[in-house]
Design a protein around this ligand. Sequence first.
Ligand code: PLP
Length: 845
Amino acid sequence: MNTLTKVTVMPSLPKRIERLQDLAYNLYWSWTPRAQELYRDLNPEIWERYHNNPVRTLIEISQKDIQAVLKDPEFLERYDQVIREFDAYMKQKKTWYSKQKQKLSGKVAYFSAEFAYAESLPIYSGGLGVLAGDHCKSASDVGLPFVGVGLLYHQGYFTQLLDKDGWQQERYDEQNLSTLPIELARKDGRELRVHVDILGRDVQSRVWILQVGRIKVYLLDTNVPENSPEDRNLTARLYGGNQEMRIAQEMILGIGGVRALRALGENIAIWHMNEGHAAFLGLERVREYEQQLGISFREAVELAAASTLFTTHTPVPAGNDAFPMDLIDRYLGSWYSTLNVSREEFQELARHDQPWGPTFSMTVLALKLSRAANGVSALHGEVSRKMWNFLYPGAHHTEVPIGHVTNGAHTLTFLAQELRDLFDQYLAEDWKERVHEKEIWQDLDKIPDTEFNQALHDLKKKMAHFVRQRLKRQYLRHGASAARVASAEQVLDTHTLTIGFARRFATYKRATLLFRDIERLKRIVNDPERPVQFVFAGKAHPADNPGKEFIQQIYRYAQDPDLKGKIVIIENYDMEVARHLVQGVDVWLNNPRRPLEASGTSGMKASFNGSPNLSILDGWWVEGFDDKNTNGWAIGEEREYENLDVQDDADAYSLYDLLENQIVPLYYERDDSKMRHKWMNIARQAIKSVAPQFSMARQVIDYTKQYYQTLDARAQVISREDLKAVRHIAGWKNWVRQQWSRLHVEAFSELPEQAKPGDTVKVYVRVQTAGIDPNTLRVEGVIRRQSDDVRTFGILTLQSSHDGWAEYAGEVALPESGTFEVGARVIPYVSELSTPLELGLIRWA
Ligand SMILES: *Cc1c(COP(=O)(O)O)cnc(C)c1O
């Protein structure tokens, strides 16, 4: 048939179970296994066929399925319970946020190119998406006023299929949007349209609303009849296409996203850019302010940046989105006149000079259009400060204004139901609302070893079953022999120590490190008394052939007769695979090349489920590991290497050593009552130490206290009195920038005769201020200890000013013994700035 249009008809559910409909459209189910089970039990075959999708399940089930559950009192009882809890959650008034004195003046708008909520909504590729999805879920949990903004990719991210040779194939499935838990945003009875000009074309987007607990996420989608076929495909695929596709997508996300929020009447106080992909939102806000308030480009930049936070995730320069300037001229050229700014000044906002020429860096743009920025772990904060130090010439990397909030994971999304049941029994009644509190988890000690062990073992059996089914499906697709298909049932022994490794196959994650000394590995896995087995999963980006080669290597090792059944790799890593693995394995392995793992989160999810982390001291694990091997293990040392081969050798050696001498013996050690008591304690300690500190609730609370509240307060202050401060700052910065090259600094210091710790150095500075108000210069004496580069600052005070010269004097204390250098520097600063380095100008004497 020649299809004109498609229609999906939702059955009308009988009154007794009609709330299954509301619930299907609220992602609350994605962190409530009991809710998912209701849909599964309507028809398990349909549930599985459509990838665990409640909406689709309701569409596909028959009247017979409905009648069957209506006659099942046990089902109805579970239904009532789930609905009761759902309603209570939605109506909950007392939350963490409700108890905060300082309320935000509007909502937080969180922009991200990907969001992971559930496997049936394939608009994510990996950790960044999971983090964004989890952020929304916890924002709902803690009661924050919050909206998410993203794109709806109608072909999603790809489904990964491994062919007979273990080579990754990518399949893109056109999503049937009417079967997803989304609804179209309407305005005045009509579908909302958001317009963005792309290369002179009026590209329109519709907006989908996703309900995530108590908050909404808006997803833009250009697949509407008004657009040309090419434009309809702009939002087809996540991270697909070339740079032109990427820039167009980012324009839809950033510019279109702001317009969607305006059209929907959302009142936004804080704009949170999750990674540089979202940075164009700043341009749109600058445009709005200029046009609505009649202010200049620079004033509008001050105003927009004041309420913006930028989170960076990428510790390698090449991983940061950057466009050639000619592409910017083509795609954003019309913005120069719209914003009333010169091409040079516009491009300066994002300029990153590379050996091959100047580029337009989305990270630089995001840094310049925000007044707060952060990395995603303590170590990553440090790496980011070093990486972007060049934007602040003359500053020490420790001064670069990029902080950190360490990532977390949404506890209930990843926590197994079996453990939830145990926690319901042994932890405080309201533990689910207080997962970020350390005290809550102390009661884990009350769970008897036998019960805990049983739960972990049940989870392992479930995981093994899941892995075997997946393998079987893959072999059947390959047309394998009956013997080979049957062999899938033989993999993984549920009494063997099982180690999981699953994540994107980016090469820095070194998925094949384990195989560096293959003979040693064979001895480890084949120990007759104390065997070990490994499960792998992960997707490589479609353009990443080295990543695909890693997958193939592991696939081949899995066929090696000496490793058969002990090394298993399954295809299509997604949230469902992730849940099964983090819940079912005994140990979680992570061996990235330090310091390239900005945070990592899968190890947190495993720890929540009593699977301790075995990891390089990178990302979150630097903070999570207790240094005593009582909540997991650290591979290698806390250091970086010049030579990558040496690094790989050292880390692989350390990994084998830990397995042979610590992990394997401990796992198989039984006490008198045949119980793995010591192991249980490590599993318990993994939960106790990781669950609160690395919960997404803790993360969202940190963002709120550290950034959302402070930005909001400052944004309010500088907008007062008809934008007095904004105008002042913008005008002053402009003048300072113009005069800066003519500023001249001279300094001398007076040392005590025999310096002792606590003595002070007197520093005198004379500045030819080039017309800059001497009261707006922060003049500092600086002492630097040569041995470790630690710096001590003393702020000098203005003594006098005449004939264009200003004189400053003050003292700096010598902190300890050692050899020191004394210096002095001048920084333009007024108290309305968010940080002294806001202009990025420093002049040393
Ligand atoms: C948690 C998660 C990730 C991130 O894993 P890392 O080990 O932190 O890279 C990626 N993909 C999925 C599906 C996840 O659930």
